[in-house]
Write a protein that binds this ligand. Structure first.
Ligand SMILES: [Zn+2]
Length: 480
């Protein structure tokens, strides 16, 4: 069944350009996990600098999301955990000895200055991205500050504290009957899988290194339980997987899932630690091999959210995410890097490229065939039988009332409204890549409205089963 596909040049079709909403908060690059820590939020700023200097702001709308509130974070996390994250600082850490152990903060997940703000920026981007997809104001949402897939309900894990992906998917479930989550990080997407392990409205599919590798979960036989049985897909891979092998396992699995499960929204986690030469990851994907996943998922034309994730050789992460942002805007970015604020990071070639190495690929065609056969057999059980009955997607006017009230309130906050800043975009002709300069932002009138808890206009005529309809209604009732 496994057929090794040739790795062809990536192509774009500008005639099929989608509306892209890109979320970036200029504060995000300032957070610092600590000296020697692999996770560097600075890479998000480097990515942004490349994106801007490649002039992709001409192709997409750029937003600064309203940071998530504690209340919003508790749509997934426990009150106790969020209260801890919100209050703990490096200075008062000694007051929280018990909590540090319970909530697993320490070496991998240190308490650093601004931790809560960092979490709220990360989650705010994914939640607003989802809200914009829900209200139909974009086809593609991008949040590279998100993708923190290891965070659990009441526990930090693997450099992740709050799970923006789970929160974004919960938002999507207000409108979308079925959501597909795809994870291309080198590590298993355990936090997202766990959150929806008993749920058939979210299918999770993770491609990851398996075997003596963090977090240790994600075996081929882990397929979900209860209602969620057959709705978790795990693709455990060995060291050194290359572009052609990855494409040849990724594409048939994703096409089968989409064909059979019929998701109406997709979240794609683009962890950059599956790239060749990553400081932590043992895979051997080139920039194009990694970007092929983005290109392939986009080709289905289903509303999608793209989030970041791991990635520890930061110059390569920035290159790849910039290139992928190009693809999402139907542009193949030229190889020669534009001058940008972090140009010296890209020495000595100053090229937009991450190459594969000559490392051994421990994934034989026989091994990949075994995985593919198993996954396809399991997927056979998920074949979606749409109800003959059509429902309108619920639309709660009261939610919209709250949005406008929130907006009024937020205008009074010190230093300008974070919510109002979501209405800010970069003008086409006034970009300077200097962190200290005002980018010449201007306010635009966004009439779509948006918040993290609303936006129920779905023009697509999605087919819902009675059960899905009830679940969506319930979710909207309990919504904040
Ligand atoms: Zn990772």
């Amino acid at each position: 069944m496994y057929v090794q596909l040739p790795f062809d040049e990536l192509k774009v079709d500008p005639s099929r350009k989608k509306r892209v909403a890109y979320f970036y908060d200029r504060d995000v690059g300032n957070y610092f996990y600590g000296t020697g820590h692999c996770m560097k939020p600075h890479r998000i700023r480097m990515t942004h600098s490349l994106i801007m200097n490649y002039e992709l702001y001409k192709k997409m709308e750029i937003y600064r999301a309203k940071p998530a509130t504690n209340e919003e974070l508790t749509q997934f996390h426990t009150d106790e955990y969020i209260d801890f994250i919100d209050r703990v600082t490096p200075d008062n850490l000694s007051m929280f000895e018990r909590e540090q152990i319970i909530f697993n903060v320490g070496d991998d997940c240190p308490v650093f200055d601004g931790l809560a703000e960092f979490c709220k920026i990360s989650c705010g981007g994914s939640m607003e991205g989802a809200a914009r997809m829900n209200n139909g104001s974009c086809d593609v949402a991008i949040n590279y500050a998100g993708g923190l897939h290891h965070a659990k309900k009441s526990e930090a894990s693997g450099f992740c504290y709050t799970n923006d992906i789970v929160l974004g998917i919960i938002e999507l479930l207000r409108v979308h009957p079925r959501v597909l989550y795809i994870d291309t990080d080198v590590h298993h997407g355990d936090g997202v899988e766990e959150a929806f392990y008993t749920n058939d409205r979210v299918m999770t599919c993770s491609f990851h290194k398996f075997g003596e590798f963090f977090p240790g979960t994600g075996n081929l036989n882990d397929i979900g339980i209860g209602k969620g049985k057959y709705h978790a897909v795990n693709v455990p891979l060995r060291d050194g997987i290359d572009d052609a092998s990855y494409k040849s396992i990724f594409e048939p699995i994703i096409s089968k899932i989409i064909e059979w499960y019929q998701p109406s929204a997709i979240v794609l986690q683009c962890g950059g630690d599956s790239l060749s030469g990553d400081r932590l990851g043992p895979f051997n994907l080139s920039m194009r091999g990694h970007a092929n996943c983005v290109s392939y998922v986009k080709s289905f034309g289903i509303p999608m959210m793209v989030v970041g994730g791991g990635g520890y050789t930061i110059r390569n992460v920035a290159r790849t995410w910039a290139f992928e942002t190009g693809l999402l805007n139907d542009v193949i970015l030229p190889k020669e890097l534009p001058y940008n604020g972090y140009f010296e990071y890209y020495a000595p070639l100053y090229e937009l490229d991450v190459r594969s190495s000559n490392m051994n690929n421990a994934n034989s065609p026989e091994y990949l065939d075994k995985i593919l056969t198993s996954v396809i057999t399991n997927l056979d059980h998920t074949k979606h039988a749409p109800s003959v009955q059509m429902h309108d997607v619920p639309y709660d006017m009261e939610d919209w009332g709250d949005v406008y009230e929130d907006e009024q309130d937020s205008r009074d906050t010190k230093g300008g409204s974070m919510y109002a800043r979501d209405k800010i975009i970069q003008p086409d002709n006034e970009f300077y890549d200097d962190e200290d300069k005002d980018y010449g932002e201007r306010n635009i009138d966004v009439t779509n409205g948006n918040s993290n808890s609303n936006g129920n206009s779905n023009g697509g005529g999605v087919v819902l089963t009675d059960t899905e309809m009830k679940e969506i209604e319930l979710l909207n009732k309990v919504a904040v």
